[in-house]
Design a protein around this ligand. Structure first.
Ligand code: TRP
Length: 326
């Protein structure tokens, strides 16, 4: 069975972008692969955050994982900082990778621009820790969004370099593409993101909340016609409709757009209902786990101790190869 690893930053409740881009892929993979799914809290602290809400934010992701259908009988769930081998391996891997490559990464440059007063070592180190996450479990497939491809490239480079210097040890992980992976932002450009207020719909949002979030999404006057636009608010609504509304709905509104009779209020209403329909069963399962915190703790403890065992095997091998133990 191929090994799979994926992580989601501990930034609180998951949104539709996380669900379509990552969690749906995880759900499929847990059926057929040997999976570890992680809440990456050590990555979450590389950008400004509030320590007093970190534990809550980790818990929200775990609850969303379980609610979405990740099943501890079928996959391992992990909180990154509770498996200390992640940081240990990251340090060892950092010694074989050039600083200049990390400084050149688009993800690092973006974060520098976004948080000019928060350019810390952890941020530069981010891809090395991420490589360690996956390589610790000798992961081969990584279900994440396309924006993570530069990090996957670093991961493969590190694996190759390690293998050539110290002997064959790690596979070269590949990204696993999931259907409908790119969920656009509600604010007109870019992807749905936790850090952009107004851009996202949470998995826990009720119908009213979804409606009011969609109501604020920008559109045009509805009198333009022709082909639907490639980018901007209207394009994004159509993408969401394609992802959640089904073919018939999508075609109907495209037709309305061509004929300049589109009513965005109606389209948003239909879209809200379609999204809510997908989320409702997830929300029901979430309530069950929320009401049973002991069960959630037990699931985590069992899973994390299994993870530590696998991690320790890799560490032993790595340290032997690097000459750190005899
Ligand atoms: N960088 C990933 C993101 O922002 C999160 C992440 C950390 C991750 N470690 C990982 C994803 C390992 C996959 C595998 O989405």
């Amino acid at each position: 069975m191929k090994r799979v690893y994926s992580g989601i930053r501990a930034t609180g409740r998951l949104h539709l972008g996380n669900y379509m881009g990552a969690v749906k892929g995880m759900l499929a993979l847990q059926e057929t692969h040997d999976c570890v799914f992680s809440v990456v809290d050590l990555h979450a602290i590389t950008t400004p955050y509030d320590p007093s809400s970190l534990q809550q934010n980790i818990r929200e992701v775990i609850l969303d994982f379980l609610a979405a259908g990740l099943d501890p009988q079928k996959c391992k769930l992990e909180i990154q900082s509770r498996v200390p081998q992640h940081t240990e391996l990251a340090y060892l891997l950092s010694t074989i990778y050039p600083v200049s490559r990390l400084e050149d990464l688009p993800t690092y440059k973006d974060k520098k621009a976004q948080y000019p007063k928060y350019i810390n070592m952890g941020l530069l180190y981010y891809p090395v820790l991420m490589a360690a996450d996956v390589l610790l479990y000798k992961g081969e497939l990584v279900p994440v969004g396309i924006d993570q491809e530069p990090h996957l490239e670093v991961m493969r480079e590190i694996a190759r370099k390690f293998n050539s210097v110290y002997g064959e040890t790690f596979p070269e992980p590949q990204r696993f593409k999931t259907e409908g992976e790119y969920v656009p932002s509600l604010v007109g450009s870019g992807k749905m993101s936790k850090t952009v207020e107004g851009s996202y719909i949470n998995l826990t949002d009720d119908l009213e909340t979804i409606k009011s979030r969609l109501a604020k999404a920008p559109t045009d006057s509805g009198a333009i016609g022709g082909n639907i636009p490639q980018e901007g608010g209207v394009a994004n609504l159509f993408t969401l409709l394609r992802l959640f509304g089904g073919k018939e709905m999508f075609t109907k509104f495209v037709q309305d757009y061509h004929e300049k009779k589109i009513r965005y209020v109606e389209m948003k209403e239909v879209l809200a209902e379609a999204i809510y329909k997908e989320l409702q069963p997830i929300q029901e399962r979430r309530k069950e786990f929320e009401q049973n915190p002991k069960l959630v703790d037990e699931i985590l403890n069992t899973s994390i101790s299994q993870c530590r065992q696998v991690a320790e095997e890799t560490m032993k091998e790595v340290k032997e190869k690097m000459g750190l133990v005899s």
